[in-house]
Design a protein around this ligand. Sequence first.
Ligand code: SF4
Length: 636
Amino acid sequence: MSVESIFPRLEALLPKVQKPIQYVGGELNSTVKEWDSADVRWALMYPDAYEVGLPNQGVAILYEILNELPGTLAERTYAVWPDLEKLMRSEGVPQFTVDAHRPVRAFDVLGVSFSTELGYTNMLTALDLAGIPLSAVDRGDDDPIVLAGGHAAFNPEPIADFLDAAVLGDGEQISIAITEVIREWKAEGRPGGRDELLMRLAESGGVYVPKFYDVDYHADGRIKRVAPNRPEVPWRVHKHTVMDLDEWPYPKKPLVPLAETVHERFSVEIFRGCTRGCRFCQAGMITRPVRERSITTIGAMVENGIKQSGFNEVGLLSLSSADHSEIGDVAKGLADRYEGTNTSLSLPSTRVDAFNIDLANEFSRNGRRSGLTFAPEGGSERMRKVINKMVTEEDLIRTVTTAYSQGWRQVKLYFMCGLPTEQDEDVLAIADLAKKVIRAGRETTGSRDIRCTVSIGGFVPKPHTPFQWAAQADHETVDRRLKALRDSLRGDREFGRAVGFRYHDGKPSIVEGLLSRGDRRVGAVIRAVWEDGGRFDGWSEHFSYERWMAAAEKAGVDVDWYTIREREENEVLPWDHLDAGLDREWLWQDWQEAVSGGEVEDCRWTPCYDCGVCPTMGTEIQIGPTGRKLLPLTVV
Ligand code: SF4
């Protein structure tokens, strides 16, 4: 039976809302399939506004892969702004997809990709607007399977009550496998209803179905154990790893946004994973091992993507793009290819070394010279050792000196505040570093027209990292240290005006900390916040710390216990039954070494140090150099 578009009803509301264009769909390279041409249908949600969600690579890749699959269709849905939400409620318009404006409840799966935990309340809005019961236990056979993915899904426990399932790791292959399980179950006449479908997914060991696991607690609130409540279900659910990125050269048809978005460029992921071993970095830990895309595939993807989309900027994405074994050839090859055209190149993440200046020069050959960004993360040498970010002050000064000598005038430095073992002087050291950077720039160029912007984020301990046991710094401490740093920078007559300072207060990090390391009991807080009007918590103008604290109190949840409490080695962590491949003992050892000053090298270039991922997941590091070239090129 066909499902009607809700667009005629939506259209009447659009003149009354801000940025109505974000809801109309029809972007270049979007796909609309006949409803009846598919027997498995996915609604893919990025739980933020269109301007943030559209450029998301994860959603874009799955959207294409699923739409290429015979008998399958996928459409996108985003969080609607509160102005439209209000009108949709009063007019009875349900959550819709932007592609064919079909109601989300009509789909078989609602797949939600969480880059951050602050999207949780937006998922509840979407469920509620869609007419899907918020609690998974209240859903019937007509409701979609609500499935979470993305980095936050590595601890989905705080939203376990709202989810039917979660998937860890790379989505390319598992989304196809899930589709086939659903197809088979539907073709058989849906035997056993929703419960059997979820059981078929859970049995595989690759899909986590929270309701098939019970959590027991100690009297003091710690978790006693998490155990399956059905014999067919495995004790641990493992993550998925795509081993050959060249086999999955997506996006092939990049979506071109209709409204303004946060990134407007064609992005190619040049490798996945990172083994540099920064102890705070969840992305680096959970995406191991490193798997490079070959230089030839990168070249072909860029050429095709530009042709298909008309974008005039190419971004080479990864957790640390300069680490690609053939990045020099990639940069030079692309800069040569697009020289004299209006296509510019960008490398979003850069390491602190002189090699990056060469790369930056290649990349800016054909475009604007924007600022260079480096992330020492810790202000003092001691702090950088604790987090295993092996960058010395000499490295940084040498690198920025090279940058200034080659014509760069703006350097941005990124740091974190609230790191484990941090003292006031570690944060104040950021000011010294910034001043030394400015001094180096002035000496090199002989000019006073030199700028350095210091940007600071609050540190949040994340699951599946060595800091998963650490106490988070309370927001008063973070705010006090940031204020002292600001005063030190602003009060400096010689350098104060040359240093820009960007930071957020410490309160949002506490909420992020609660959601990152929370367990199922935190679900009641999320629900209470949402009921109290919590929406778009990742946006400072919508975020309310007071609302979160009031909700926590109402739900009887002690926020300090979840955030600023250090955990013991043997405490059962809410995500211990979810397997990112990392050996728990190795993580603990690395946490101890952080405190004692031990360093870990990158296993790409030094022997394996047994973090556990490769043997557990049956994977291995895949890097070049391949010795191949970007050529032959199509003449542009
Ligand atoms: S198992 Fe060894 S080679 Fe594989 S990611 Fe871990 S440290 Fe590196």
